[in-house]
Design a protein around this ligand. Sequence first.
Ligand SMILES: Nc1ncnc2c1ncn2[C@@H]1O[C@H](COP(=O)(O)OP(=O)(O)OP(=O)(O)O)[C@@H](O)[C@H]1O
Ligand SMILES: [Mg+2]
Length: 612
Amino acid sequence: VDYPFKIHLRGIIDLLSHHLYSGPQVFLRELLQNGVDAIRARQQLEPGHAGEIAVEVIEPRGRGRPALAFVDDGIGLTDEEIHRFLSTIGESSKRGDGAGAGAAWERPVDFLGQFGIGLLSCFIVCDEIVVLTRSARRPEAPTIEWRGRPDGTYSVKTLDQSIAPGTQVYLTCKTGHEEFFTPEHVRESAARYGGLLPCPVRVAAGGDTRTVNEEGAPWRRRFESERERTEGLLEYGRNLFGIDFFDAVPLRSESCRLDGVAFVLPFAPSPAARQSHRVYLKDMLVSENAEGLLPDWAFFVRCVVNTEALRPTASRDAFVDDEALGDAREALGEQLRAYLLGLSSGDPRRLRRLIALHSLTIKALALHDDEFYRLFVDWLDFETSHGTMTLGEYRRRNDVVRFVPDLDRFRQIARVALAQGVCVINAAYTYDAELLARLPSVIEGARIELVEPSVLAQGFEDPTLDERDEAFELVRLADEVLAPYQCAVELKKFFPEGLPALYSTDPDAGLYRSLDEAKEVSNPLWSSVLEHLAGPSAGPHARLFLNYLNPMIRRMARVRDPALLRRTVEMLYIQSLLLGHQPLNTRELTLLNEGLIGLIEWGLAAQGGGHD
Ligand SMILES: Nc1ncnc2c1ncn2[C@@H]1O[C@H](COP(=O)(O)OP(=O)(O)OP(=O)(O)O)[C@@H](O)[C@H]1O
Ligand SMILES: [Mg+2]
């Protein structure tokens, strides 16, 4: 036998009213939303109808409780509609699914409501919802009073007196929720949720009536000039977020039906920090910290956006992550790009300041977008061996863009490069190496070169035949001493003179060095595997350039004591490894220790200290 599910009404109402929403304050938003929808529905029947919402805070007299009246001049409800929509949980007149709600409710795009549960949120703050309503459909429609209670019962009666067409909702505060019925709270809350609504929302409290949405959306206001508009928007941003923004960018996309403003942060936020954006749906606030609305690279802005096209979640404080959200994200990204591109032609100084503030974002964006890359790459700052400069400046002075993608290596090379008059870029910072590597594929005719010491060495001068003769013994011995370290020795003349030797590896040498290190710490089985990996030893994979312009090297060439020369070469080798920030392996560490001790002993002996 089939049975229908039974429903425990009180439990369902409790669940929907207390557990779906973020807090008690949302009841006001839900009432506003229903009022706006009702006005929009009435405008379907009477296109000229302006519509207005009036909220009245009824302060308690004597031992009475605070209460709230919420009045709209929307479409109102007929007797039949009261039973069908107002009193049926999960039923809504706003779905336009042909359920026969009537012509006024046919266009669901107009409405904010869709779930048929919003009104229940009032039960968080009161024990009874009283609704007086009169349908605007027929002049002779009666005024009907509806009372709903959280136990799932309701009563309906027709009243004799007649109210203006529309709906009035009365709530009496439940003990413990008085704070939501104070004039300040109601005013503040109505302004927060309804500040952009097109029909006036008036709040009356203590004899004082104020329209909370007089200003409307600031980005839709008319301004005398672009400049005034920017000033106006910046002031709005300052009031809203308490930040003096760098710039304000109006946003608008017809296809995604959204508009708003993006504020450029006046400081560089951490890339991991997500900016929270303020998002309105059909002019009502949905979220003050919406995520996923902007592309990841846009972490330098905070937005206020109104959209017509996104779908809210049931709690109506976030959006469903669907295709429409993806489209909106793309459209907003496009607008921000257009803004940055516009600056590059219209206000380059401002652009430079913005780039300085947000270089990481801009680099990330340029990596994925050729057009953007072309426009911005020359504005980006890079550290070079000759100081910091923009890539544009660098390219004006150099035909080839030379860069080192590693900080330690840059330090080693920069000294030599500077002395040689070669300008190299330190591309060790985030995105820099990838950006420069893309240069030739994006900018026609651009040339790049990954700088290694061996590349610089191509410009080193060869010694003369005589000099070669003088240093013959030194080079031969050094070659022999360093052979076990897979390092060959070459005599050259280069600047700076103060640098006695320069250690340089082949591109693959890094791999050999780390394989060597790995072999040291692994067991024999592993060692043979690693041996295999490294392949047959292809001879020396590193080079030590001895600088014959350096006085110490010249002196070494004259030393005839093989033991002393051996030690000196070893120490020179270790020193140039350290300068190149190469990690030392165990053998090299031992060499360093023995070498130091040896030199000390030799020095003492030379002083005539002798042995004990
Ligand atoms: N101020 C009002 N004027 C006219 N009809 C109203 C009003 N408030 C509520 N209703 C009717 O009661 C129904 C239920 O309202 P409720 O807020 O619970 O759901 P909803 O607005 O349809 O959807 P949601 O749960 O998304 O708010 C509405 O669909 C509408 O038909
Ligand atoms: Mg609703």
